[in-house]
Each structure stands twice: as C-alpha cells, then as structure tokens.
Design a protein around this ligand. Structure first.
Ligand code: ADP
Length: 691
C-alpha cells in the first residue's frame, strides 16, 4: 500500500544553516519540512504545532540534542513523536546515549538523501502501525472487556438462579453446571457435580422406567424436538428422594448442539397441594359429617316416633285395645327400619374408612339363587306382582367371590323394585360371560327391572349419592335410608364392576350391574337346577305360605342367660321361653360361674352377653367357666349374645371358648337354628352323666 507522505510534518533542528538547507532540499519532495535553529526554538514551535517526526542535531549551543530529547520524552504531549538524531557524533557511546534517551534512530553525518528519506519513512511507518495496533488493541480490549463482563453477567444469572442448570453435549456427557446445582445436589464443587451426577439416579423412576434409560430417552427427545419437559425423581446422596420437574432445551453451540437442562424442586409445590387437598378433605368431611348427623337424626326420628308414639298410646289403655296386635306390628316394623338403618350406616362407614373388605369364598350359584327367590317372596307380600327370574343353564355352578355381598347387591336392587312397584312385574336376569381380559374370571351381568313408579330424569343423576331419596307424591317417603344405592354402587366398584340405571317416570326402571367373579370350573348349573327355577314365576295366585316359625318343644332343656341389663334378659328369656325350656337368668358373670360350679341345676347351654361393664365380661366369664375343669364346664355350649357389629369378632368368640354367637337384636330365625344346633334331646349332661 502506498502512502502519501507529503502531508507528514518533519521538523529539522540544527544550528548549522547549511545542514538545514541541505536537509530541506533533500526531503521537501517527500515531506512537509520545517527547519528550526535551536532546541529552544523547537519547543516554541511545538507549542503551536506537533510534527510527525523530529530530526535533531546533538551538538547545539544552549540546549543540546540529548537535553532536548530528555525533555521531549518526559512530556506526555511530545513523547510519542519519533526523534531521529542527525549528528556528526559517530562514537558508540553517543549512539547508545541517544537510543537510551528514547531516540527512534541515529544517523551520522554525512548522510545521503535516499538513506535519510528511507529512515524517516520507516519511522513514520512504525508510528502508523503502532497507532493502528494501539487503536485496534484498544477496541479489542474494550471488546474483550465487554465479553468478559457479559460472560460474568451470564454466569451470575446462571449461578444465582434457584434453578439447577446443567449442559450436556450430544454424547449425553455433562459439560457444565451452575452453583445452584452444586449446592442443591450437595456436591463440593462443579467438577464433583459433573463427575458424580449419575449417582443421583435411583434405579427406577416412579413411572417404572429405569433411570438410565429414561435420561437417555429424554435427552434424545430434547435433541430431536428442541425442548422436552418431564418429571424426575432424584435420590440424594443421603438417600432422600426428591421429586423434580426438568426442562431440557436444545441450544446451538459452536458447530453443533448441546442441551441445557433446568431442574425445579417440586417438594414445596407437592406439600402445598397436599395441604390444600387435606384442607379440602377436612372441609368436605366436616360437611359430610354434618349432613350425616342431620340425616341420621331425621331417619331415626321417623321410626322412633312410631315406637314411642304407639307405646305411649298403648300404655294409656288399662286393658289391651282390640288393635293392640296391629300396633305391635307397627312397632316391630319401625324397629326393623331402625335396624336396617344401622346396618346400612355401618356398611357406609366401613366403606368410607376403607375397612370393608370382600371375603371371597367358593359359593354355589343355585343356593345364591334360592336365597334371592326366598327374599323376593317375602317382599311381594300381598301385592299383585309377578316376579320373573331369567337365567340360563349355562350359568357356572360354582363361582369364587364374596357371595354375601353379591346377594346384598341383588337384594338391594330387588328391594327397591318391590318397594316402588305397587303392581306389575319385577324381573331379575343373571348371565355370565368370560372376561376376555383375564382368564379364570367371568363377568356376572345382573339386570333388575320393574314396572313401578319410575324415576324422573333429573333425579337419576343423584340416585347413587349418599342419603338421596326422591321425593314425589307417588313415592311418599315411608321406608328407606337413601343409602341402599350408594352402598350397592360401592360394592359393585369393589368387585371391579359397573352399575347403570335407565328409568322412565311412571313406567318403571331397569338397573344393570356387571361384576367380576372368579370361575375355576366349567361346570354349569345345568338342566336339573333349571328344572326347578327355569322361568320361575311367582304371582299372587301361586302364593307360597309365609314361613311361619314352628318351634320345637324343648321342655326337656334348661338354659342359663347371662346379661347385665334386665331388659335384655327379659327379651332373651321371653324368646327362649317360647320353646318351653326352663330359662334361668343371672345379671353378672360371677353368678354364672357359681351356678356351673355347683351343677345345680345342670344346663344344656349358656347364652351370655359379650360386654358386661363393671364386672367380668362375657369372655372372662367363658374362660373362668372353662377353667372350672369338669367335663360339664368344659363342654357346655356357650353362645355369645353380641351387639358388636365389627367384622372379625367371630374368630375372637371361637378362640375364647364360645361355641357360637348371635347378634342383637335377636333374629328369631337365627335363634331357632342355633337352638337346633346346640340343644339336642339325645344329648344332655344330666342324662349322660357327663358332669
Ligand atoms: P332407599 O333406602 O331410600 O330406597 P336407595 O339408595 O336404595 O335408598 O334409593 C334412593 C332413591 O332412589 C329411593 O328413595 C327412590 O326414590 C329411588 N329409587 C331407587 N330405586 C327405585 C326404583 N326401582 N323405582 C323407583 N324409584 C327408585
């Protein structure tokens, strides 16, 4: 590149006029040349003009060249002006001194024109290059400074964020992480964090994936899709599991791509959600409790009103009025309603507490059907209702499931069908089909339909809600708790099934249920069973006699009843007395132990209350009796009378010396079967002399 040098200002300082004019004539074609006769004059000139270069003589009167250069180099205004000595002093010491004082060059006289011009040009070139380098290095420095600052800011942003950030290269290797990650994961520094990061993977993630596989999959997705968010659980170095949300973002880096990952700790959020849910549940449960209490008190008041009202009326009469039996029946019916209410409430509370467990057994379908038929017969009462049973001989003979709960489902639906159908037809259909998703299982399809009062469309949605009862003129609320269908629905759900209803107001309703039962055998109920119940029809013309209890004469027997409550003793003694037995009563356990010890009289059985606060309870008394040691005391049947409805108590009775148990209120059918089992005319301790 050629540079026009004529605009460069050169000052030639020499006390010798001849040198000045020679220099000027040699250089003027190339530079703008100023000639100055002394160092003092040079400084004057510098005050108003700064040259690009100074040619300086050494030996001058007044201030010599060495003194002058020393001043120039010490002054910030002039020190960058290159100074070339142009002198007749050619000794090495002078040269050294000149250079040491900051001279750019040292030329001795005599000099040739081209040499001088070249040496000047060189200095000017150096100066330009130096200036250019200084300029550019200045801007480079600024740029480098800016970049460093920007980097610091980015690093600060990255390090001071609460998000843990990491960078992975395309081979899935972590190449950087921030301070938040180091701190969060509990490492000493970034290097340790990157080296040991994979130690934070539990073997499996909560979604069942192997951690190593999941991390690979997620990185792949981020590289492919640009961004990928997922949930991840860390196993911290101390073993704590921490749920987190991770977002991976693909970023362009140098000639390829890397992935930046950001982790957010979800513990606080999860705790917050849990707390909110707990608060919601507490509120829901408190509302449900109030609703429950209001409903219970309402439902109990209705039958209690009947019991107390009619009892009051009857007590006012000195002699029984002619309708006393009818009144007693009303009291009995109200009592039964109360009992059903208590049973339903127990079921609901067990279901809600998660305590209701299905007890699967292998059961016979024909005997389930028989019991359902008997139940239906009793529900028809005297009404003009046709009961149709639609089953098929291909129904499995044996199924494995909780038959009592299956019966409860069917009976609840039938009970409603009969309750809300004054006349017409109630039908029950049962079919079974293999469950294709699981071998050894069948779907039991149950359909209960009626031609009764039906249900309005707007009420159907609410049917399976606790305590819900449809109020209408045709459906006067006489009996029921509003719990039947919600219990049914929950039982169906426990059997992995479904329930649905279709209904038309004043036309009738159809309930469809599907439940899963296990089926281990291919035997079907077959034609023989079908012969008995095929297309079973029961109408008012074919009424079966109501099972009126015919009691056997047990006048040979003596029984002992133990209960700490006189009214309970009266009820038990009254019911047992119907069998013409001798019934003795004691109000506490010790009395019973004494009687058995004295063997006077010798009893055939003991009926004993299970809970008797104050003295020995039923279990302690039973143990004390068995411990009397005689064969009589060890073998006499002891039957528990219990008001305890909690499942599992049966085993407790058997393991504590009781032979059997009967629930209060005492069901006369159950009592009858207990007596048939345990009181036998062929066997009596007195008769056999087994004392
Ligand atoms: P409840 O013990 O009161 O019968 P459920 O939960 O069994 O309680 O039934 C809830 C309500 O659904 C009943 O009060 C009744 O109004 C309505 N319902 C149920 N089944 C039928 C049906 N087959 N026909 C007409 N109404 C029905």
């Amino acid at each position: 590149m050629t540079v026009d040098t004529t605009r460069y200002k050169i000052v030639l300082v020499d006390d010798n006029i001849a040198t000045l004019s020679q220099g000027k004539s040699l250089l003027k074609a190339f530079f703008m040349v100023f000639t100055i006769k002394s160092a003092a004059a040079l400084f004057k000139h510098l005050e108003h003009d700064i040259p690009d270069l100074i040619l300086l003589d050494v030996e001058m009167p007044g201030m010599d060249g060495f003194e002058a250069i020393a001043i120039l180099k010490a002054d910030i205004r002039y020190r960058d002006i290159p100074v070339i000595f142009l002198t007749s002093r050619s000794d090495e010491a002078s040269e050294r001194k000149g250079f040491s004082l900051g001279a750019a060059d040292y030329i001795t006289k005599p000099f040739s024109g081209p040499l001088l011009q070249k040496r000047i040009s060189n200095q000017l070139l150096y100066k330009r290059v130096e200036a250019a380098v200084r300029d550019s290095s200045g801007s480079l420095e600024v740029m480098a400074g800016e970049i460093t600052k920007a980097n610091e800011r980015i690093r600060m942003l990255l390090d001071k964020t609460p998000l843990c950030a990491r960078l992975w290269d395309s081979d899935g290797k972590m190449i950087d992480c921030n301070e938040a990650a180091v701190e969060f994961f509990g490492f000493m520094d970034k290097e340790e964090c990157m080296r040991r990061y994979s130690e934070l993977y539990p073997e499996y993630q909560p979604d069942g994936q192997l951690s190593v596989e999941k991390v690979k999959k997620c990185l792949d997705k981020a590289f492919k899709e640009g961004k990928y968010a997922f949930e991840w659980t860390y196993k911290m170095l101390d073993g704590t599991l921490i749920p987190a949300e991770v977002v991976l973002v693909k970023v362009e880096y140098r000639d390829g791509y890397i992935v930046a990952g950001y982790t957010r700790d979800l513990r606080e959020q999860i705790t917050l959600i849990k707390e909110m849910r707990r608060a919601e549940l507490a509120e829901e449960s408190s509302k449900a409790k109030s609703r429950f209490l209001a409903n219970m008190s309402h439902e109990m008041r209705t039958p209690l009103n009947v019991v107390l009202g009619i009892t009051g009326l009857m007590l006012e009469e000195d002699t029984p009025a002619p309708d006393y039996k009818e009144n007693l029946m009303k009291i009995g019916a109200a009592g039964n309603t109360l009992l059903r209410l208590i049973n339903d409430v127990l079921d609901i509370s067990k279901i809600e507490a998660g305590k209701l467990e299905l007890t699967p057994v292998t059961y016979e379908v024909p005997s389930l059907l028989n019991e359902i038929i008997t139940f239906s017969m009793l529900r028809i009462e005297d009404r003009p209702i046709t009961f149709v049973l639609n089953i098929n001989e291909n129904l499995p003979y044996n199924l494995y499931g909780d038959d009592l709960r299956v019966k409860q489902i069917i009976n609840n639906l039938l009970s409603n069908a009969f309750k809300y159908t004054k006349k017409g037809t109630v039908s029950l259909g049962i079919t079974a089909e293999p469950d294709r998703s699981m071998s050894g299982q069948v779907w039991m399809n149950i359909t209960v339909s009626d031609t009764g009062i039906g249900i309005h469309e707007e009420d159907i949605k609410k049917l399976f809600t606790d305590y819900y009862q449809v109020e209408s003129e045709t459906n006067r609320k006489t009996e029921g708790t509003g719990l039947g269908l919600s219990i049914t629905k929950r039982l169906v759900e426990m059997m992995n099934g479904e329930i649905s209803v279709e209904s038309e107001f004043e036309k009738g309703s159809v309930y469809r249920v599907r439940i899963r039962q296990k089926c281990y055998s291919t035997t079907t109920i077959g034609p023989a069973v079908m012969e008995n119940i095929k297309n079973f029809r029961y109408t008012e013309d074919k009424k079966i006699a109501r099972n009126k209890l015919v009691r056997t004469d047990l006048s040979f027997a003596k029984v002992l009843v133990v209960d700490d409550m006189q009214p309970n003793l009266d009820v038990a003694a009254g019911l047992l007395g119907k069998y013409k037995m001798q019934v003795d009563c004691v109000l506490n356990g010790q009395g019973a132990v004494d009687l058995i010890k004295n063997k006077k009289p010798v009893y055939n059985a003991i009926f004993m209350d299970h809970m008797m606060p104050g003295g020995m309870d039923g279990i302690e008394t039973a143990i004390a009796i068995r411990n009397l040691g005689t064969e009589y005391a060890q073998q006499i049947p002891i039957i528990a009378l219990t008001a305890n409805a909690i499942a599992g108590t049966e085993d407790m009775f058997y393991s504590n010396g009781f032979q059997d148990f009967i629930s209060k209120p005492i069901n006369i059918m159950h009592l009858d079967s207990i007596l048939r089992t345990w009181i036998n005319p062929d066997f009596s301790f007195a008769k056999n002399g087994k004392m």
